[in-house]
Design a protein around this ligand. Structure first.
Ligand code: EPU
Length: 431
């Protein structure tokens, strides 16, 4: 597998452009299954996960044209759609689970491999299953597959209150509800900007959804949806990654396409650390402090501090002028990253879902291993503040969610390169 070599020391200077959001485009691609005909997405990021979702949709019978140069993806869905999402693809990318709702609603059946736990936690599916059952589906696990069967006449509307505002469950149930008979009320739903983006595509396809942006969505089912054209919302986690990279290096970065309104809590924490964050036309600018102040951070569902930016907050705390506590409330295994950060010289203590971090003036380079997408990107970012050359292994994780991170960093003046190890990278290697 490839590795990224980062020689620390440079303050990042310049501008970088944020593509469409990974965690939106994958669900929008799945939503295209709800209507026969060509749905076209624009602003599609050039990342590995889009290729994996394209492959999954092809295996379900869709004709998918992903034009990376034009950043478009055209998903042409036939009248007859398959219903099996096999283990090979679900294992490579957990977001494959988002075909569950669309297939159950449109085809009346889905066989989706159970993803199992992964590098960041156990990640249950109970809320997806309970919601579909409330809509009349039979759901059981058979030989490692979650099998759903809609009742004769299709799913029916229901009142569902999620025990926790799960992003994935909200999306699956929302998509399923668009084609259910009658009204579905989804309460305590996730409010991430990616959910709003999904609502926007569904409405453009003819769905009747009220309550966009709130904690309660009311969906009146329709008989059929039509394909539509849609521009993917910018990736707030990628924008946040560049904001933290600017802050940690004491640099000055113009984050083109970034939206501060999607990063309220992260911006507040960066400002508390001494960074200056200024919205400008078409993006925002971040100017880092010479040495960050320590800031406590606790992850929560949106609009709380995003778990996907927690590793970056930890990296910033590692070079802060004092001590602070970082708390992870969503994914119990996400502190695997903290132990890699220790290899770079960070002074920290992990205690359950809290990390006590005692900031140091700088870090020192070492070989480190990425365990997931965000951990990989955060190791690259932390290495910018480390003396010497850090080798980041497990780079395929980073490719899943970031467009050419090396080219972007070089454009900002960092001393970064990628070494390609020859051999075949397969989807299964990413599990
Ligand atoms: N949960 C349950 N039962 C369920 C569903 C969720 O217990 O039925 C729990 C999970 O175990 C977890 C918590 O609820 O502890 C949050 O899970 P959620 O369903 O909200 O997350 P997700 O849909 O699996 C998406 C993103 C993640 C992001 C989280 C939280 C995608 C493809 N993934 O995951 O992104 O961290 O929401 O914001 O949209 C990433 O991009 O690196 C990433 C991991």
């Amino acid at each position: 597998m490839d590795r990224i070599l980062v020689t620390g020391g440079a303050a990042l200077e310049g501008s970088v452009t944020v593509p469409g959001a990974k965690n939106s485009v994958l669900k929008l691609m799945a939503a295209s299954l709800l209507a026969s005909g060509p749905t076209v997405l624009e602003g599609v990021p050039r990342i590995l996960d889009v290729s994996i979702m394209a492959e999954l949709l092809r295996r379900l019978g869709a004709d998918v044209e992903h034009d990376a140069a034009a950043r478009t993806c055209r998903v042409d869905v036939p009248e007859e759609v398959g219903h099996v999402a096999d283990y090979e693809l679900v294992r490579a990318m957990r977001a494959s689970i988002s075909v569950l709702g669309p297939l159950t609603a449109r085809v009346g059946r889905a066989d989706v491999a159970v993803p199992g736990g992964d590098a960041i936690g156990s990640r249950g599916l109970d809320l997806h299953v309970e919601g579909l059952r409330a809509m009349g589906a039979e759901v059981h696990v058979d030989h490692g597959y979650l099998v759903t069967q809609a009742p004769p006449g299709g799913l029916r509307g229901a009142e569902i209150t999620l025990a926790f505002p799960s992003v994935g469950a909200t999306e699956n149930l929302l998509m399923a509800a668009t084609l259910a008979r009658g009204q579905t009320v989804l309460d305590n739903v996730a409010r991430e900007p990616e959910i709003d983006d999904l609502v926007d595509l569904l409405v453009a396809m003819g769905a009747r959804v009220q309550g966009r942006g709130g904690g309660r969505l009311v969906v009146d089912g329709v008989d059929a949806l039509a394909p539509a054209r849609h521009v993917v919302v910018p990736d707030r986690v990628v924008a946040g990654t560049w904001a933290y990279a600017a802050a940690i290096t004491g640099g000055h970065v113009d984050v083109r396409g970034g939206r501060v309104e999607h990063l309220t809590m992260a911006v507040a924490k960066l400002e508390a650390a001494g960074a200056r964050v200024e919205p400008v036309e078409g993006g925002f600018v971040v100017e880092g402090p010479a040495r960050p102040r320590p800031v406590d951070v606790a992850t929560l569902p949106y609009p709380g501090f995003p778990t996907d930016l927690q590793p970056f907050a930890l990296a910033l705390a590692a070079v802060a002028d004092g001590s602070c506590v970082v708390t992870e409330n969503l994914f119990e295994a996400r502190f695997r990253f903290a132990h890699e950060l220790e290899r770079l010289g960070a002074d920290l203590v992990v205690d359950g879902h809290h990390v006590l971090v005692r900031g140091r003036p700088g870090l020192s380079a070492a070989p480190v291993e990425a365990s997931d997408i965000r951990a990989g990107a955060a190791l690259v970012v932390a290495a910018l503040r480390a003396e010497g050359t850090t080798e980041v292994h497990g780079v395929a994780h980073v490719d899943r969610g970031y467009e050419d991170v090396v080219a972007s960093l070089r454009g900002l003046g960092a001393d970064v390169r990628r070494e390609t190890v020859t051999g075949t990278e397969t989807f299964t290697a990413l599990a």
